[in-house]
Design a protein around this ligand. Structure first.
Ligand code: GDP
Ligand code: MG
Length: 689
């Protein structure tokens, strides 16, 4: 394979997306094998290029983005295989930036699910063209029309079947190509045969071809008018309108494959070359060029986006980037848009499975790796100094699974901090929160599997062992009613004494009002210069908490009287008096524990609404209502105390077989019920004793 860039007309890049287990990795391997003219090889074994990491082979699933490339009819195809589990969305989302077209692989038995919907929606947001591949048509309970119909209602725009299977399951032995009106079969001995469409498949062919032609003519008024008058456009006309419709996301073509039977693989490769958009698509959609002029793309000033970066203990930082415009060579100098720093690329390599091949020059649409450029993050834009371009980061939504981590080795805090900051650069789905208030380092992850792999990577790559523990709940305290108290400091230690006395009243404020301090002292009972000290002392006491060590909130404090001593009083003395006064008054007023509340929005298939309402209610949730969502789904909203939500991500997955999506936002605080308050107070007492 050449080591140089090609005309952008001859480059395609696609991402394989969809539910875990739908066959993305196997399909990718099959495409690579077909390009090596080794069709059968891939159907027997997991190939060498994808899922090659030890952790992936062990678990038989894809954990991180990985790419390979192949040549098909003089066109270079970059293939990006994305993980299909929500736990590894960190890698699936940036894959969308790497490519000009997404290939959604749907299992012909299982159909689509929440992963499919969520990534489909992300593609909607980016205007990324999509192709659907129904894979595994050889499996015993495989279906075709059911999935076509389900997908048609789901995607909202026309679905254009360009192929139908010849038989299903055991009987599946060929694919009918609706655009070219021919059938491709493979005999038991592996012989491929192209021929006429058998009569027995005429009906399914005709009905689906109608869907296809309608989807195409809908995109062009003249074609539509002619069609309605009974003129079906000529195949060439259909062909050219077809590719444009795909590029503009006006409809989504559907193809058929079986990796096990080696059917549909070559047709898919042909289809990618004939129909999938060129690298101009991304260049236009991110605003790097104005129109779809493919020709000048490689001669424009260079720009690229980082789709994956990883700190390797031996190689240093390795970053994979997709070229948007221009050409990159091993001595290209670019500007990192986020910081304005200049970076020099060196050691360019093709991103191609487990192969290490130097790249002399990469052009638009190419995926290349650079080593030893420090400071790069996933989603970073690199550009020629004269360009303005900076791409919006593509990040998965918050997975809402929080885990706190503590280093197991003494003195490992710095190592942990460094490891987490490196991982944060790589992993756009990982957010690290250092909470002063909770005295914890909290990882916001996509799910339990993401938390586990993050912890494993800390150990393997940065040598830090960590102990996961539940993220603490940010409780607060407040006062039950109004009360007054005296705060008095009087000390006589050797030489100078200390003296301050304050009289203050506290009262509850409305929820969310925080703190208010009023000074009503008259006649200089507390001299002016000491008033701020009293306030400061009160605030310190509030931060320390009175009931269980959590900050006190929503309290109004009025200082109405006091005493001072001309020699022994000081700012420090009034601070202490303020603090003591507040504590006394709070105890007199009585304290309550407030718990943080989240507004939770769970979207599930309509049939599971009852289960979800039951689950949320059992978490002390207050159901706010429900509303219809896309794709035959319903969103249920509820206010739920945060401490009932610790395990909600794995539980929802188990309850709905992974079809639920979850959003959470802060919804203030509420008084914790007695049994919760009691438990929290007891735990606090245990800890301080
Ligand atoms: N019968 C059959 N099994 C398949 C086919 N494609 C994939 N599989 C199996 O489905 C499982 C998941 O495949 P994989 O490619 O790892 O799925 P991914 O999670 O989407 O990458 C594997 O056990 C494959 O052998 C197919 O076309 N027919
Ligand atoms: Mg996979």
């Amino acid at each position: 394979m050449a080591t140089k860039s090609r005309s952008p007309h001859q480059v395609r890049s696609i991402a394989l997306l969809g539910q875990g287990g739908s066959g993305k990795t196997r399909l990718g391997e099959a495409l690579l094998a077909a390009a090596r003219d080794d069709d059968r090889g891939s159907s027997q074994h997991r190939g060498p290029a994808l899922d090659r990491r030890a952790e992936e082979r062990e678990r038989e699933r894809t954990l991180a983005l990985q790419s390979a490339m192949f040549d098909w009819r003089d066109v270079r195809v970059h293939l990006v295989d994305a993980p299909g589990s929500p736990d590894f969305f960190s890698d699936a989302y940036p894959a969308l930036r790497a490519v000009d077209c997404a290939v959604f692989v749907v299992d012909a038995v299982e159909g689509v699910g929440a992963v499919h919907d969520q990534l489909w929606e992300a593609c909607d947001g980016l205007g990324l063209p999509r192709i659907v591949v129904l894979n595994g048509l050889d499996r015993s309970e495989a279906a075709f029309q059911t999935h076509v119909d389900a997908l048609r209602t789901r995607v909202g725009k026309p679905l254009a079947p360009v192929q139908v299977p010849q038989g299903l399951g055991e009987a599946f032995d060929g694919i009918i190509d609706l655009l070219h009106q021919r059938a491709v079969t493979r005999s038991a001995s592996g012989e491929r045969h192209v021929g006429d469409i058998p009569d027995e498949h005429a009906d399914v062919t005709a009905s689906n071809r109608e869907l296809l032609v309608e989807a195409i003519v809908e995109t062009d008024d003249d074609l539509l008018e002619a069609y309605l008058e009974g003129d079906e456009p000529a195949p060439e006309t259909l062909g050219s309108a077809f590719a444009e419709g795909v590029a503009r996301c006006e409809f989504f073509p559907l193809l058929c494959t079986s990796v096990d039977r080696g059917l549909g693989i070559r047709m898919l490769a042909d289809f990618l070359v004939d129909v999938a958009p060129t690298p101009a698509h991304t260049a236009v959609s991110v605003g790097a060029i104005e129109s779809g002029a493919v020709d000048g793309l490689a001669d424009a000033p260079p720009s690229a986006v980082v789709v994956k970066t990883i700190a390797d203990p031996y190689l240093g930082r390795v970053s994979e980037m997709r070229v948007i415009t221009g050409r990159l060579t091993p001595d290209t100098e670019l500007v990192l848009a986020r910081t304005g720093d200049r970076v020099k690329l060196s050691h360019l390599q093709w991103v191609d499975g487990d192969q290490q091949r130097p790249c002399e020059e990469a052009g638009p649409g190419d995926l290349v790796a650079v080593a030893k450029v420090e400071g790069l993050r996933t989603n970073d834009t690199l550009r020629a100094p004269e360009l303005e371009l900076e791409l919006d980061p593509v990040v998965p939504p918050d997975g809402n699974h929080r885990v706190a981590v503590r280093p197991t080795g003494t003195g490992d805090e710095d190592k942990l901090s460094m490891g987490l900051s490196r991982l944060g650069d790589e992993d756009p789905g990982l957010v690290v929160e250092r909470s002063e208030e909770l005295k914890q380092i909290i990882l916001h992850t996509q799910g339990p599997g993401h938390a586990d792999i993050t912890i494993a990577r800390l150990k393997e790559r940065f040598g830090v062992g960590v102990e996961p523990e539940p993220a603490a709940i940010p409780y607060t305290e407040t006062v039950k009613g109004k009360a007054s108290a005296t705060g008095k400091l009087k000390k006589q230690t050797g030489g100078a004494g200390q003296f301050a006395l304050v009289e203050l009243t506290i009262e509850p404020l409305d929820r969310g009002e925080g703190f208010a301090f009023t000074n009503e002292v008259v006649g200089g009972a507390v001299p002016k210069q000491y008033i701020p000290s009293v306030e400061k002392g009160v605030q310190e006491a509030m931060e320390q908490g009175v009931l269980a060590g959590y900050p006190v909130v929503d309290v109004g404090v009025t200082l109405y009287d006091g005493k001072y001593h001309p020699v022994d009083s000081s700012q420090a003395a009034f601070e202490v008096a303020g603090s003591l006064g507040f504590q006394e008054a709070a105890k007199a007023a009585g304290l309550r524990l407030l718990e943080p509340i989240k507004e939770v929005a769970v979207t599930v298939p309509d049939s599971q609404v009852g289960d979800i309402m039951g689950d949320l209610s059992s978490r002390r949730g207050r159901i706010l209502g429900s509303e219809p969502a896309q794709y035959g789904r319903t969103t249920v909203r509820a206010h739920v105390p945060e401490n009932e939500l610790q395990d909600i991500v794995p539980q929802l997955r188990a309850l709905t077989s992974g079809s639920a999506t979850l959003r959470m936002t802060d919804a203030g605080r509420d008084i914790a019920p007695d049994h919760v308050a009691q438990r929290v107070v007891e735990e606090a007492q245990k800890e301080s004793s």
